[in-house]
Design a protein around this ligand. Structure first.
Ligand code: TXA
Ligand code: MG
Length: 348
């Protein structure tokens, strides 16, 4: 199929183009759309057949449930059986925005959306384009990130097309996403809300309004029954094997400089590092620079493009630099560890 590209302004999107895209969704087709975090792959969330096409196009395991995107808080009522006090606080403070809430679901939510769970993930995005698309479609829009399963999430329309061109009816291109990592997923069905996936709303922001949040960072791949089912799969991986260096930043920079220099003798070497570390590397190392290690927002915004950089610049091994886990750094490190398949070198 021919994937139609609708180019719109992120702030003042052309309504006629969004109406055409919304029609595709109403007719059971797939449209990729921008959000403030990453691009999503949208389908009518009330249409089981349409939602099933999302899993086909992405090659996504069917037990990994999807987020339902809504245009206003009123849409929660038909999807969630109850909205606990904590969820209400989070909605009031962070919606619209990069926060997804897991709530007890109603019968209106098709099984294919939730992978058979009795809960549903709901998000009200801040992106004007996303909200207007959902409003025009008139239904909750089921939408995972618009990448092939296992690959880095797309933060540009070009990255979406690289994975899904010819497999989806359309894409709305509103330029690069601002935040660059996915929404924070919080389970509000537990007595103390549980952080399932760190993302655009930081742990510090959650703690400020909730006081208490459960979080168990996943260590290694030995998670038998992960709470967010998507967390157990290989994710965000670049094409070449990647090794992640963590610890004191000066020592990490030195360790990557040393390791990449040795590797260069026999291999094509890539590095996903800060601009501070990039300056220390041998000329032969191919560098995808994610910005300053001291500005986690900058790293988040550049991370997935850096992970995709070596798709077109093939290398044999990639050395990646970790950052401190404050602010968006927590989400960045969660993604980098997965992308590395937990091949981690700790330096002190
Ligand atoms: O920023 C985002 O969240 C993007 C944009 C497009 O909105 N979407 C996104 O969707 O990242 P996806 O499908 O790539 O990630 C959704 C995550 C997965 O880890 C999934 O397992 C989890 O949310 N999830 C969905 N429904 C759930 C549920 N009922 N209970 C627990 N986890 C759930
Ligand atoms: Mg995803």
């Amino acid at each position: 199929m021919n994937t139609k590209v609708y180019i719109v302004d992120a702030r003042h999107p052309n309504t006629d183009l969004l109406v055409s895209a919304a029609h595709i969704i109403q007719e059971g087709g797939l449209v990729a759309f921008p959000t403030e975090t990453v691009y999503g792959l949208g389908a009518d969330g009330t249409d089981s057949e349409a939602v099933a096409k999302i899993f086909m196009a992405k090659g996504r395991p069917s037990d990994n449930p999807l987020i339902l995107h809504i245009a206003d808080t009123a849409m929660v009522k038909t999807l969630a059986k109850e909205v606990p006090a904590n969820a209400r606080i989070l909605m009031g403070r962070f919606w619209p925005g990069p926060l997804t809430l897991v709530l007890k679901r109603t019968q209106a939510v098709p099984d294919v959306v939730t992978g058979g769970l009795d809960t549903v993930a709901i998000r009200l995005p801040d992106s004007e384009v996303a909200r207007e698309l959902i409003r025009l479609a008139g239904v909750p829009v089921a939408g995972p990130s618009a990448n092939t399963s296992g690959r880095p999430s797309p933060t540009t329309a070009q990255a979406v097309l690289a994975d899904l061109e010819g497999k989806i009816e359309g894409i709305i291109d509103a330029g690069p996403c601002g935040i660059g990592v996915e929404s924070t997923v919080v389970d509000c069905t537990t007595p103390v809300p549980t952080l399932l996936r760190p993302g655009g709303i930081t742990m510090e922001m959650l703690l400020e309004v909730l006081g208490e949040v459960e979080y168990q960072p996943i260590k290694g791949e030995d998670t038998k029954a992960p709470r967010a089912p998507g967390m157990k799969y290989k994710h965000y991986a670049p094409l070449a094997p990647m090794v992640l260096y963590e610890g004191d930043s000066a020592q990490v920079a030195k360790a990557i400089a040393d390791a990449s220099k040795i590797a260069l003798e026999s291999k094509r070497v890539g590095a996903i590092v800060s601009n501070e570390t990039a300056a220390l590397l041998e000329k032969g190392v191919q560098v995808a620079d994610y910005g300053s290690r001291y500005r986690p927002e900058e790293v988040a915004a550049g991370l997935y493009e850096a992970l995709r950089y070596f798709d077109s610049e093939p290398v044999d091994v990639i050395y990646a630099e970790g950052i401190d886990e404050f602010g968006l750094g927590l989400a960045v490190m969660n993604r980098l560890r997965k992308a590395a398949g937990y091949r981690i070198v700790k330096v002190e």
